[in-house]
Design a protein around this ligand. Sequence first.
Ligand SMILES: Cc1cc2nc3c(=O)[nH]c(=O)nc-3n(C[C@H](O)[C@H](O)[C@H](O)COP(=O)(O)OP(=O)(O)OC[C@H]3O[C@@H](n4cnc5c(N)ncnc54)[C@H](O)[C@@H]3O)c2cc1C
Ligand code: FES
Length: 277
Amino acid sequence: MSAYPIKNNLLRTVRIRQIIKENRTVKTFYFRDHLCSKARPGQFAMVWLPRFDEVPMSISSTDNSGLASMTVAKVGDATKRLHEKKKGDIIGIRGPFGRSFELVKGNVLLVGGGTGISPLIFLGEELAKHTSSMTILIGAKTEEDLLFLSRVERLRLDVIPSLEAAVSTEDGSYGYAGLVTELVKMKLEGEKFDMIYACGKENMLLNISLIARKHRTKLQACLERFMRCAIGLCGSCTIGKYRVCTDGPVFTEKQLEEIGDEFGLLKRDLDGSQVKL
Ligand SMILES: Cc1cc2nc3c(=O)[nH]c(=O)nc-3n(C[C@H](O)[C@H](O)[C@H](O)COP(=O)(O)OP(=O)(O)OC[C@H]3O[C@@H](n4cnc5c(N)ncnc54)[C@H](O)[C@@H]3O)c2cc1C
Ligand code: FES
């Protein structure tokens, strides 16, 4: 059962206040919604496109004036339709839903792959209020797919001068040539972290969980599963004994071990059947 106040699940219609084109396939949409503006990093909203579809999106920023944003990669029909929206258009919103990242003090490592950096940069900005020792690793396929480098730079200039950041691209067009997991491996070989926070493709998360286990380092990872109700009722997002919408999307390394038969290996299709990731 869901632990949310019922009001989070009530559909609101909101007007898109601003749209930022982040790169060739990703846009950030700002909207005014009191509940989403109180979201914690890792939580998500269900975005309703009237007469079309409803899809889950992480909250990528909030502010005190009631604004919130989500950062959306164009991957299929619903996200294409969302990308066609203009400033002033109306969308439906439910949420925020899900368990957020737990904030710790100490030396923290944030690892974001692709649009996975979206909840993590929001997390980094919140963590910066509690810790002064942070490393951010960002991975993307190519330089053109990189996201939020300017937000990382602002965090370094305005809040944590000692912030370390490194970037990897699979084609070597920017930063380290290779996978971001290789940067994680190198980092953990030379430094002790109190927590790794990660979000991205599940094979990346699986690799990070194995590296974290080897170095006995704690991990919180944000998972994605197909979602319909977002309040723990329909079972679409089941992984092992958990429902990603209410028990996650953020899971600890202990929980990931419990769902080791499925984590990084299997997901549920539209009809609920298990398919390989
Ligand atoms: C908790 C959570 C947070 C997310 N946050 C973001 C984010 O911040 N930015 C972002 O760009 N994407 C995010 N996603 C993924 C996003 O929901 C999907 O990319 C989107 O639903 C695809 O819809 P589509 O119709 O455009 O593509 P489709 O053609 O339907 O599918 C493209 C891919 O998206 C997956 N997908 C489709 N529908 C869903 C669904 N309802 N739930 C989960 N996956 C689905 C499919 O399995 C497929 O791999 C998040 C997903 C979850 C579960
Ligand atoms: S989306 Fe329905 S139980 Fe999670």
